[in-house]
Design a protein around this ligand. Structure first.
Ligand SMILES: Cc1cc2nc3c(=O)[nH]c(=O)nc-3n(C[C@H](O)[C@H](O)[C@H](O)COP(=O)(O)OP(=O)(O)OC[C@H]3O[C@@H](n4cnc5c(N)ncnc54)[C@H](O)[C@@H]3O)c2cc1C
Length: 489
């Protein structure tokens, strides 16, 4: 059934099919918008008190900052198109072009080298260099590491490397050796995915890389070709005022279009209705009667989605993804004019195991985003430190927020090479995400395909979100929009 696209602001027809979206993160909100635009009566049930999931805001020292995602990849136009549809085209902006840095104990400087900060190689994907012999690569991994990495240019690509399920760590180690894996790829992957590359599915975290490797007979040349075909300019964009504006605008549009928005409403269970017409029943915590829907979109994280579907797709239990890793973000707003020079570009990634720093990454927000520097004013800086690696010793990341703030001040001093004290801090906040990032272990892509085949056997049902689409707003928005459009038609 194809529904006429509904004009914004008009109430849905009472006879229109009813759709329920479970989970009000960006995937669920995008799905709700698609369903509303195709004439459905839509309700969104969100477990937490606010919409947006990993995209949200908080106020620190009078500045409204992103509490989660703060940028989006420009490899597709999904987020920019959505922002434009929501009237935010003018707000789309690019980060400052300065390099990201790496904080690590460099290779080849003795038995126990002191940690130091170095710019990351300019041309790379997830730390995999396009030119293993480049000076900025040698500076990080040393001459011996560079020679070993360059062997990739001559070695034949094995069948295992080209086609069998393989982790990113195994692939990089086999092609370019330990130094690239340890000093370049692991810090970046740990920063982006909160996981070790040896546990992550290469095809999920670096789509297209293996196909390009098979074509060009080298991992380095694959990186070079993908970088060459990427649009010029920075790889990410943001929104002036913060990415949370996307959620605010989406929620406002949905409310205006008569979509039922239900924060604080956790869905406890779902069931398929018997009969030829099908349909779904949804039980919401605290509601006496269940809700009926013709279309059902599940937009929760993976483990919750598989659990909700256990009665409908019992076999899917075997495809339940590993629970992601918890993350803590410590944001410091500091008065420290020495940071006006952006001593470490837009921020640093920290190599796992680097002694003396607990953080895995630092984003220098006021060096990265011009709008934020303007809002903060000269001499005032926004620093966001992220914590939480699988390899952390128990208790390494303090559970107490004040204690984590103190660790963050010490870490920021070491990472930026600028002494900061509690007296410099004019505001701070800690935001914690439990099991936030989906964990795409080796073989993930095949499990996603199997799961989607199982879902496709149930008309009116769709499952969206980062655990299937891949982490990041570009993947999540594009996928949620495309999949819901199919279900809605
Ligand atoms: C700290 C952090 C920083 C990030 N930074 C970036 C970035 O800069 N750029 C980028 O592109 N990506 C970034 N990401 C990743 C990106 O934010 C996510 O991939 C994306 O937001 C995931 O959206 P989602 O809707 O799939 O899931 P979520 O945002 O996790 O939303 C799922 C929602 O489902 C709800 N829910 C769960 N169970 C139930 C239930 N039973 N009933 C009802 N509701 C339920 C949850 O409360 C949640 O709101 C970041 C992620 C984190 C955690």
């Amino acid at each position: 059934m194809t529904q006429a696209r509904q004009a914004h602001g008009s109430s849905p027809d009472a006879a229109a099919p009813r759709a329920i979206v479970i989970g009000g993160g960006i995937a669920g909100l995008v799905a709700a918008r698609e369903l509303s635009l195709t004439g459905h009566r839509v309700d969104v049930f969100e477990a937490s008190p606010r919409f947006g999931g990993c995209v949200g805001s908080h106020e620190v020292a009078g500045l409204v900052l992103d509490a989660g995602a703060e940028s989006f990849a420009l490899r597709n136009t999904a987020v920019a198109d959505l922002a434009a549809d929501l009237g935010l085209a003018e707000a789309i902006t690019r980060p400052h072009a300065a390099a990201s840095w790496l904080y690590h104990a460099p290779a080849e400087t003795g038995k126990r080298p002191a940690a130091r900060a170095q710019p990351l190689p300019a041309t790379a994907i997830l730390g995999i260099p396009a030119d293993p012999r480049a000076d900025d690569v040698k500076a990080v991994i040393g001459t011996a590491g560079s020679v070993r990495a360059a062997a990739d240019l001559a070695m034949p690509v094995t069948r295992r490397q080209a086609t069998e399920p393989i982790s990113l760590g195994e692939l990089v180690h086999a092609r370019m050796g330990q130094a690239v894996l340890e000093h370049l790829v692991t810090p970046i992957v740990a920063g982006v995915h909160s996981a070790d590359p040896s546990t992550l599915d290469a095809d999920t975290v670096a789509p297209g890389l293996r196909a390009a490797m098979a074509k060009h007979h080298s991992l380095a040349r694959a990186v070079a070709s993908l970088k060459a075909s990427a649009p010029a300019g920075s790889a990410v964009g943001g929104l002036t005022g913060g990415m949370h504006r996307l959620v605010t605008a989406l929620v406002a549009e949905l409310a205006g279009d008569g979509v039922g928005l239900h924060p604080g409403s956790r869905v406890a269970s779902i069931a398929a209705e018997a009969g030829a017409d099908g349909g779904w029943r949804v039980v919401v915590d605290g509601r006496a009667s269940s809700e009926q829907a013709d279309r059902l979109i599940i937009a929760t994280p993976g483990p919750a989605a598989v659990d909700l579907l256990s009665a409908v797709l019992p076999d899917a239990a075997a495809l339940r993804p590993a629970t992601g890793h918890g993350i803590a973000l410590a944001t410091l707003v500091v008065d420290q004019p020495e940071l006006d020079e952006a001593p470490r570009g837009t921020g640093l990634l920290v190599a796992p195991g680097t002694v003396g720093v607990t953080a895995k990454a630092l984003t220098h927000g006021t060096a990265k985003w011009e709008w934020l520097a303007d809002e903060a004013g000269p001499g005032t800086h926004v620093l966001r430190l992220s914590y939480g690696r699988l390899s952390d010793a128990p208790g390494a990341v303090p559970a107490d927020d004040q204690a984590l703030r103190d660790v963050a001040i010490a870490d920021a001093s070491a990472l930026l090479g600028t002494e900061l004290t509690a007296a410099d801090v004019v505001g701070w906040d800690v935001v914690r995400y439990d099991a936030a990032l989906p964990f795409a272990t080796t073989g993930h892509r095949d499990r996603v395909a199997a799961f989607r085949t199982a879902v496709a056997a149930h008309p009116g049902l769709e499952v969206v979100g980062a655990w299937l689409a891949g982490t990041g707003l570009a993947s999540v928005v594009a996928d949620a929009r495309a999949r819901t459009a199919i279900t809605a038609s």
